[in-house]
Write a protein that binds this ligand. Structure first.
Ligand SMILES: [Zn+2]
Length: 357
């Protein structure tokens, strides 16, 4: 056992009325177990450094059901500030957009193969729609689209560039005026929610009687490529596997029409389609499997193997930036770091163009 993985950080003591930066998550939201085993410490998260230098992102696994849980985690009031000030601060870049458009087309094809004619030309609400590429793709196939997105820059960019209706703000029942949609999408959103069950409950309220809910989350069992950085970031509070996502949906009372692991154009994910009619499912309360300890060891080995890959793909940049900040005078360092970032972005765009030509 990595001794640093066992070390835990206590939430910062409150010296005034400000909310604490960190809070512990002591229980599993799925099975209620408090048997949380330290799983992985992610050391390359720049966001958490900007909030509190020296902190790393720490993950545990619930030994009752296998859910990955970030603990301690940044408390909700602080995370709201991160979303408002640091999350998606600039307009989306071309390679990101290219991936998002391919991903939206992939989702639409998957949806139509799942529900046939019912998956064509209807109304869709995309919760956490980011820049709205999915809405644009669906609208071109004659869907009536609508999105809601908390980050101001991306919401405005989507409205101006694609001309799709995106409400900027948090998703609440009030924001949607009790309207219902044939399809509600939660793509890479559930793992950000402080209360995933509350989010699913509110989302389900906006599905029309014959409608569906499409959910996609990162597949935590496939931390390939850039997966460690993308999957174990501070904004992801839960890490789902196929089994834990299915359990979560059953516990939320959402009948599962189809659920599968998939390799989307952007990442390895788990995609599920639920019908809107709520039905309590007793099987959700079944006892956890006996093999969690073995599962824990197996998955942990997989993440450790990815450490090396991750360093060569992403971590070296962080190491170079840290070194510059140490050896270059502070008033020069930020300029050097920014020029380096711009150069790297140009390089990745050129590589991307070469690959797609
Ligand atoms: Zn659990």
């Amino acid at each position: 056992m990595d001794p640093q993985a066992i070390e835990t950080i206590q939430p910062a003591p409150r010296s005034d009325s400000r909310p604490a930066l960190l809070e512990n998550q002591d229980r599993c939201i799925l099975c209620g177990s408090s048997r949380l085993q330290p799983f992985y410490v992610h050391r390359y998260t720049q966001w958490i450094r900007s909030l509190a230098p020296g902190l790393h992102c720490r993950w545990a696994m619930c030994l009752g059901c296998g859910l990955l849980i970030q603990t301690p985690r940044v408390s909700e009031p602080w995370m709201r500030r991160v979303y408002a000030e640091q999350y998606r601060p600039t307009a989306p870049n071309p390679s990101y957009l290219h991936g998002k458009i391919l991903d939206a087309e992939d989702k639409l094809t998957w949806l139509q193969s799942s529900i046939g004619a019912a998956g064509a030309s209807r109304t869709v609400l995309d919760i956490g729609c980011a820049e709205g590429s999915l809405l644009d793709v669906f609208r071109k196939r004659h869907w009536t689209v609508e999105g809601i997105e908390p980050t101001a820059v991306f919401a405005a960019w989507g409205r101006q560039t694609y001309g799709v209706p995106i409400t900027q703000g948090e998703f609440t029942s009030e924001a949607m005026d009790n309207r219902s949609f044939d399809l509600v999408i939660l793509s890479h959103v559930l793992e950000h929610a402080y209360d995933p069950f509350a989010l699913l409950r509110v989302a389900a309220q906006h599905i029309s009687p014959a409608g569906h809910l499409l959910i996609e989350v990162p597949d935590m069992e496939q931390p390939g490529g850039n997966g460690i950085a993308g999957w174990l970031s501070i904004d992801h509070l839960w890490g789902f596997s196929f089994e834990t996502l299915a359990r979560c949906l059953r516990q939320a009372g959402l009948p599962i029409v189809r659920i599968e692991r998939c390799q989307t154009p952007r990442c390895a994910a788990i995609r599920a389609l639920c019908s809107g009619s709520a039905a309590a499912d007793e099987s959700a309360a079944r006892s956890p499997s006996d093999g969690i300890a073995y599962y824990y060891r197996r998955l942990r080995r997989r993440y450790r193997r990815q450490r090396v890959t991750h360093f060569f793909r992403v971590g070296w940049k962080d190491a170079v930036i840290s070194t510059i900040r140490v050896v270059v005078p502070p008033h020069v360092a930020e300029g050097v770091v920014e020029r380096l970032r711009q150069g790297y972005r140009r390089l990745t765009r050129r590589t991307h163009r070469t690959r797609t030509e």
